[in-house]
Design a protein around this ligand. Structure first.
Ligand code: K75
Length: 371
């Protein structure tokens, strides 16, 4: 097994790329969708099932795991892979976004963020150095720099202040990063909806030289065309040979349009969260199984699906489970949605390799129009 981290692009179709990221814990086929495993679990899914659906890598979170059960405890138990029974690659987010969105009584200064846990109110401090230490204790294969995630949208001056602080924290993250064989550290391009700030951030991070680059602070309520414009602005200034990761994105249409613009990695809570709320993502678009129109429908979600759950369980049964608040409803719909997301990514990879991406995207979107 290799002890290196490297990205090999196998084919391109316009700006889109397909390839493989090789890590000591396994290969990641790109474009890749990472199921979100925030608290060391992809909610409602056995890890074996997550793997069987086609996921090569999962995401977990520094913020949640430092609060409970604790990074040192996970390290003492053999690290996150052993703890959650996921032997494949794991990417950990660095905590900045979750501190902004979840923690109470946050105080931010040049050193880092002091905050109170949303779980028990305990006081914690996150700095670039502590975030790197936690991600190292977890044993993450891909670690993210610690950054300031200012609430967006915001004034350009505020976005610039946060972007510049995040650049200084990127330097400190890189300095504190325990470069163990095969481990990677990604920088995070900031800058809100400002092309100038995005360019400034991208260029500064590239000069620091990371193993991969993420785009953060998008899909936070801005129109899709603004998000896509930021990708068009930043992606060409990121090294072609390194992975590009769009954080927290997105809907199936977001994935398609971002892959076309050269994004290689994604994570999003949509498929898992929507599944727990009775919503199914399918080739024909979205299906709300809470809707009474499904109460007597014996048809499965998609009889052509490669996934057995999608192909066999009736809409009437799924409707019943969802309306009854049964745990099995969450499990089945989470599987249906992750299966669809992974099948979409597999289709995108194959289409790029065959240099027929435009045709694939047109066919895929035509299918959604059926909904
Ligand atoms: C500004 C910024 C930024 C990014 N910084 C870090 N560390 N994690 C993120 C996680 C995200 N999830 C979503 N969901 C829409 N957007 C995200 C953006 C970030």
């Amino acid at each position: 097994m290799t002890q290196e981290f490297h990205f090999d692009i196998a084919a391109t179709d316009s700006a889109a790329r397909t390839g493989v990221i090789t890590t000591p814990r396994g290969k990641i086929r790109t474009p890749a969708f990472m199921p979100v495993g925030t608290a060391a679990t992809v909610k409602a899914m056995h890890p074996e099932a997550v793997k069987a659906l086609g996921a090569d890598i999962v995401l977990s979170n520094t913020y949640h795991l430092m609060l409970r059960p604790g990074a040192e405890r996970i390290a003492a138990l053999g690290g996150l892979h052993q703890f959650m029974n996921w032997p494949g690659p794991i990417l950990t987010d660095s905590g900045g976004f979750q501190v902004m969105s979840l923690a109470k009584l946050r105080k931010l200064d040049e050193n880092g963020v002091t905050f109170q846990s949303h779980i028990d109110g305990a006081r914690h401090v996150l700095t670039p150095e502590r975030s790197m230490e936690i991600q190292d204790l977890l044993g993450a294969d891909i670690q993210m720099q610690f950054d300031e995630c200012v609430k967006l949208p915001c004034a350009e001056a505020e976005a610039r202040r946060a972007m510049l602080l995040s650049l200084r924290w990127a330097e400190r993250s890189k300095k504190a990063f325990a470069q163990k064989p095969g481990r990677a550290l990604f920088g995070i391009v900031q800058g809100g909806a400002s092309e100038a700030l995005r360019l400034e951030s991208a260029r500064a991070l590239v000069d620091m030289d990371f193993q991969g680059y993420a785009l953060g602070g998008l899909a936070v309520g801005e129109p899709q065309e603004v998000m896509l414009a930021m990708i068009d602005c930043a992606a060409p200034h990121l090294p072609t040979a390194k992975p590009r990761y769009l954080m927290g994105v997105g809907s199936p249409d977001d994935l398609v349009e971002s892959v076309r613009r050269g994004i290689d990695m994604f994570d999003c809570v949509m498929p898992t969260r929507a599944g727990r709320h009775g919503l199914a993502y399918t080739r024909a678009g979205k299906l709300n199984l809470r809707n009474a129109c499904h109460a007597d429908d014996p048809a499965p979600v998609d009889r052509e699906s490669a996934n057995a759950v999608t192909r066999t369980y009736s809409r009437a049964y799924l409707h019943h489970l969802v309306k009854s608040g049964e745990i099995l409803g969450m499990m089945l719909l989470t599987e249906i949605n992750l299966a669809y997301y992974q099948d979409l990514m597999a289709g995108l990879r194959a289409a790029i390799a065959a240099r027929r991406l435009d045709e694939f995207c047109a066919q895929t979107k035509e299918g959604w129009r059926g909904s």
